[in-house]
Design a protein around this ligand. Structure first.
Ligand SMILES: [Fe+2]
Length: 303
């Protein structure tokens, strides 16, 4: 009997390529998915604009720029105009947290379910599944940055060069920079310099390709006008992101470390010592929850 094919799915050619803390390429079959086609994405963008979930970027941005997005298009073009002229240089729109749309929320859970047996073995307890969709025409960049979530990043259409660094690479991003970001959302100390590029996983991604990047793995993308072929003048990518028990644990450890550092101590970063993390975690959890219930502090998403 022929095996039933799942039409839209993510897979690794070699399942052992998936390791929780390792950057790895995978394949997917989502390029023809109806929710990832231009007319539906325009409709989504229109619905997300007022809540500030559509982000734009200065046309001057480079991979080394601060990752500052804007809530309004700097060249004044409307959503309808961006999509109508999407192949023109300067077209760039990102849609953040598309899971606020119920249809996309279900889509993201369904998509990650296709790779979940692999994930759950190493990284159980998936929660807060979210999605970020990027539509742009070359030349375009996404400046170097880190995120809190684990991320299955899929190229749906067009081409992009992507660089991703090992999440524990402290040459490309310092420990203090990761801690500041996890605890305060502060990316000021996360900056690209060309001499770290050679330390990254680098790939040119086309439709059907993708990269798994663990929480806090720095990444940047770019697309050049010279790569455009007729009928292929814009790119669509989607980041399918999620937290797990382990990302929560690490974020709580960072919160405790941040508190200790502010008091003049030099705490050991999470991930360096399993036994120290095991001892510290209940303290870290109590610290975060104590501040929440006693001091009204709102823990950051995923903690
Ligand atoms: Fe990102």
């Amino acid at each position: 009997m022929q095996e039933k094919q799942i039409p839209f799915r993510i897979w690794f050619d070699n399942p052992s390529d998936y390791q929780r803390q390792t950057v790895a390429a995978f394949q997917h079959s989502f390029s023809d998915h109806p929710l990832l086609q231009l007319p539906r994405l325009q409709q989504l963008a229109e619905s997300l604009l007022e809540s500030g979930q559509c982000k734009f970027i200065s046309t001057e941005a480079t991979q080394a720029s601060p990752f500052d997005t804007l809530n309004r298009n700097p060249d004044g073009r409307s959503i309808a105009d961006i999509f109508a002229r999407i192949e023109e240089p300067g077209s760039w729109i990102s849609m953040y947290n598309v899971e606020t749309d119920p249809e996309y929320k279900q889509f993201l859970w369904d998509a990650l379910t296709t790779v979940r047996p692999l994930i759950d073995k190493q990284d159980p307890g998936m929660f807060n599944v979210g999605g970020f969709i990027f539509v742009s025409a070359p030349p375009s960049v996404t400046p170097f940055h880190i995120d809190r979530e684990n991320n299955f990043w899929l190229q749906i259409r067009g081409r992009k060069q992507i660089n991703v660094w090992n999440p524990r690479d402290r040459v490309s991003v310092s420990e203090q920079a990761v801690e500041n970001f996890i605890t305060q959302g502060d990316l000021a100390a996360v900056r690209f310099s060309e001499d770290v590029r050679s330390r990254s996983f680098a790939a040119e991604m086309g439709p059907g390709g993708g990269v798994y990047m663990p929480s806090t793995a720095a990444h940047t993308t770019r697309a050049e006008t010279t790569w455009v072929t007729p009928g292929d003048g814009y790119a669509i990518s989607i980041a399918m992101v999620f937290y797990t028990q382990k990302t929560r644990r690490e974020a709580n450890l960072y919160a405790l470390n941040h508190f200790l550092r502010a008091r003049g101590l030099n705490p050991t970063p999470p991930g360096q010592s399993a036994w120290l993390d095991a001892i510290k975690y209940p303290l870290a959890r109590a610290f975060v929850l104590g501040r929440k219930y006693l001091r009204g502090y709102e823990p950051r998403v995923g903690m």
